[in-house]
Design a protein around this ligand. Structure first.
Ligand SMILES: O=C(O)c1cc(=O)[nH]c(=O)n1[C@@H]1O[C@H](COP(=O)(O)O)[C@@H](O)[C@H]1O
Length: 279
């Protein structure tokens, strides 16, 4: 399989810089007139896939909302992943996994081995047990053309307490994470396969993102208050590597497929306007 970074770069060029999240919140199921059960989850996911999966670069199912329903919910996640791939969208599974040794290797195999029922193009991972503990994910991604997005500067207000803390070397934890990812990407063109999660809400924190080499998954837009116009201040000359991600902002326009498509187009237009001249 071609490297994830190469495939993402091409998908963003062809379909535009946008990822839509599938986050079937109980509140959204209710707003869509669906029951808060597996049948509601299935209808919700299928509706999103049918409406937009053939027009966006990437879709990011949030595993938690499927796991909520146990094995039946995970079965819906598996079929949603299959449908997304058939529609030509890259699938980034939001699982934020982070563990050590053989356990991390098991997570890598669960999501990034082609034989797994939950095999996806990329996953989100948490580096707070040490970036090095994620090596099984990086190795498996490298072997099979997969990718990973490492949490670095997250969109939530609690993030800076840990991520802005200084290490003994004087750099922030987030900067250490970003610098380690830069080394993993090692100057691969046009885009490395190991990305970072950097929220649209963080403002200009003074972190140096210039050598990252991989893509930035950027949540926090729309429902959390971030705007595409904020991206230039956060990403500077790496704005070409930004993959903006919206969940509720788009999903709140359902259940009508036309509503979902309109919201997707609006979000994409806003991102293109903010990022366009840099692509
Ligand atoms: O890894 C993520 O995707 C993520 C990182 C982060 O810093 N902030 C963040 O909101 N997310 C996820 O992105 C989605 C945001 O959803 P909305 O706020 O509805 O667009 C949720 O699934 C979050 O779990």
């Amino acid at each position: 399989m071609e490297a994830f970074g190469t495939r993402l770069h091409r998908a963003m060029a062809e379909r535009g810089p946008l990822c839509v999240g599938i986050d079937p919140h109980p509140q959204l199921l209710a707003a869509w007139g669906l029951p808060d059960d597996v049948s509601g989850l299935e209808r919700f996911s299928r509706t999103v896939v049918d409406a937009i999966a053939d027009r966006v670069a990437a879709v990011k199912p949030q595993s938690a909302f499927f796991e909520r329903f146990g094995s039946h919910g995970v079965a819906i996640l598996e079929s949603t992943i299959r449908q997304l791939k058939e529609a030509g969208a890259l699938v980034i599974l939001d699982v934020k996994r982070g563990d050590i040794g053989s356990t991390m290797a098991a997570y890598a195999s669960a999501y990034l081995e082609p034989s797994s029922p939950l095999y996806v193009d990329a996953i989100t991972v948490s580096p707070f047990l040490g970036v090095g503990s994620l090596a099984p994910v990086f190795d498996t991604a490298h072997k099979h053309g997969g990718g990973a997005f490492v949490l670095a500067l997250t969109s939530n207000p609690e993030g800076p307490q840990v991520q802005h803390a200084r290490t003994v070397g004087g750099r922030t934890v987030a900067q250490e994470i970003i610098d380690e990812i830069s080394q993993l990407n090692g100057g691969v063109e046009p885009l490395g396969s190991i990305g970072a999660v950097v929220g649209a809400t963080i403002g200009d924190t003074g972190h140096d993102l210039s050598r990252m080499g991989g893509p930035f998954l950027v949540p926090g837009l729309g429902a959390q208050g971030g705007q595409p116009a904020d991206l230039a201040a956060v990403f500077g000359d790496r704005i070409d590597a930004v993959l903006p991600s919206y969940s509720r902002e788009v999903l709140g326009s359902g259940p009508s497929p036309a509503g979902l498509r309109d919201a997707t187009e609006r979000s994409l237009d806003a991102c293109r306007a903010a990022l366009g001249e840099h692509r």
